[in-house]
Design a protein around this ligand. Structure first.
Ligand code: NDP
Length: 408
């Protein structure tokens, strides 16, 4: 029996947007609980939500690294769904707690172990049988990318094609936050992601290429709608893994993200001096992890929102075949940093990542998505999801396009 109760864990940039969006949909979310390691951030969000939407939410402290703490919080608030927008490190403990209590689970980033900068779905896919047996859903990667990007692929396949041959996912942040260097979401997770060896899928196998900081990294100038030409770098991103598995016959999939020369130069220097290291080092008799220290120095991503201008443009160029005829579609969203700030006090990266998990929660709570087990987004019906995502601030366009060249 659904009670319209949601528990959001994580009160950073993304958690704040998720809580605001739940408050904007009181017919679905009758009771909103927001939890994080301490009460400071949840309480600030609570006050802002009351001020903007007149909605009362409840806040809780929880250490989501500890399964029993999450279990007792779930038992106390009795949610229909838990939205995990803490860090990828907490995915498995929160999934364990959902299993123990029989509550649906949604997240926006796949698990990665704190001591290895590596993410993959295997750890979470291993929960498949247990979620099935318990009769509950785990919806993985329900942010924008992964998340909406997966659904764009599923939607284009459903609407236009018998089969998809090529996908290029393109993520541009054509915004300006006015800082010399800052990351748009959690700095530790962001830097771990962008300093990885790059992989893409081509002709039935994974191909490795140099990381974006390497002079030999693959990049090209793409002319984004609204934002214009931007240098876009080949990057490994987690939705590639599930899309290769779930879109049969996919020949090639690549992920591209824009980076400014300024961002790359800062990151090169930081990497060269060792401050992006994720292992412990001894400092004045204490053990510290340099990247965690760096995180403490960098601007909090949520704080960038105040003066952020410009737009994000994220979408997929998809080539498919229908009745033997090949064509290409480009499906994308444009989101404006300043408009997000006016609406919910956040920048567009947090906004694009925070709206979709709330819509995923709506789909589960309303019974639009039904099932038991662990799902990646593209395994669920994309149409009602994208319709609701559009209504909740992230509309999309579909235009005819051309396949991007094989060699870039
Ligand atoms: P932040 O660092 O701003 O926020 C993380 C929040 O989680 C903070 O409130 C933090 O608390 C809390 N937290 C951390 N550890 C714990 C813990 N052990 N127990 C309870 N709470 C904890 O991150 P973002 O909001 O920028 O990102 C949140 C998630 O969204 C990340 O997993 C990120 O990868 C994902 N993301 C997904 C995107 C997508 O499109 N799919 C895009 C952008 C982000 P404290 O402040 O005390 O540290």
């Amino acid at each position: 029996m659904n009670t319209g109760t949601v528990l959001i864990i994580g009160a950073g940039g993304v958690g704040s947007v998720a809580a605001h969006k739940c408050a904007q949909n009181p017919e679905v979310f009758k009771k909103i609980h927001l939890a994080s390691r301490s009460l400071e951030k949840p309480n600030a969000i609570k006050a802002d939500i009351k001020n903007r939407w007149g909605v009362d939410i409840e806040t809780h402290p929880v250490d989501a690294d500890k399964v029993p703490e999450v279990v007792s919080l779930i038992q106390e608030v009795k949610p229909d769904v838990v939205i995990n927008v803490a860090l990828p490190y907490q995915d498995l403990t929160i999934m364990d707690a959902c299993l123990e209590t029989g509550v649906h689970y949604i997240d926006t980033a796949n698990y990665e172990p704190p001591d290895v900068a590596h993410f993959e779905y295997s750890w979470q896919w291993a929960y498949q049988d247990r979620f099935k047996e318990k009769g509950i859903m785990a919806v993985l990667g329900a942010g924008f990318d992964p998340g909406v990007s997966n659904m764009y692929c599923a939607y284009i396949l459903k609407k236009f094609y018998d089969k998809i041959r090529f996908i290029d996912i393109l993520d541009a942040n054509a915004g300006n936050h006015g800082h010399a260097f800052a990351t748009n979401f959690n700095p530790e997770i962001n830097i771990r992601e962008v300093t990885q060896i790059v992989r893409h899928w081509d002709k039935g196998k994974w191909v490795e290429t140099p990381a974006i900081l390497d002079q030999k990294s693959a990049h090209f100038t793409f002319d984004y709608p609204v934002a214009g030409p931007k240098e876009s770098y080949l990057l490994y991103h987690e939705e590639l893994e599930s899309l290769v598995k779930n879109i049969p016959g996919l020949e090639r999939i690549r992920f591209w993200m824009t980076f400014s020369e300024n961002y790359l130069n800062h990151l090169r220097v930081m990497q060269n001096i060792g401050i992006t290291r994720i292992d412990e080092v001894e400092f004045e008799g204490k053990k510290i992890v340099p990247i965690k220290f760096l995180k403490a120095l960098l601007p909090n991503p949520a704080s960038l929102a105040t003066n952020y201008t410009g737009k994000t443009v994220i979408g997929c160029i998809i080539t498919g075949v229908k009745d033997g005829k090949e064509s290409t579609k480009y499906i994308y969203n444009v989101c404006d940093h300043a408009e997000c700030f006016r609406e919910v006090g956040s920048q567009a990266i947090s906004y694009t990542a925070g709206v979709p998990p709330v819509v995923a929660a709506m789909m589960v709570m309303k019974g639009v998505w039904k099932g038991a087990g662990v799902y990646n987004m593209e395994q669920l019906d994309p149409e009602p999801f994208l319709e609701a995502v559009s209504k909740n601030g992230l509309p999309f366009e579909v235009v005819d396009y051309e396949t991007l060249p094989e060699k870039i």
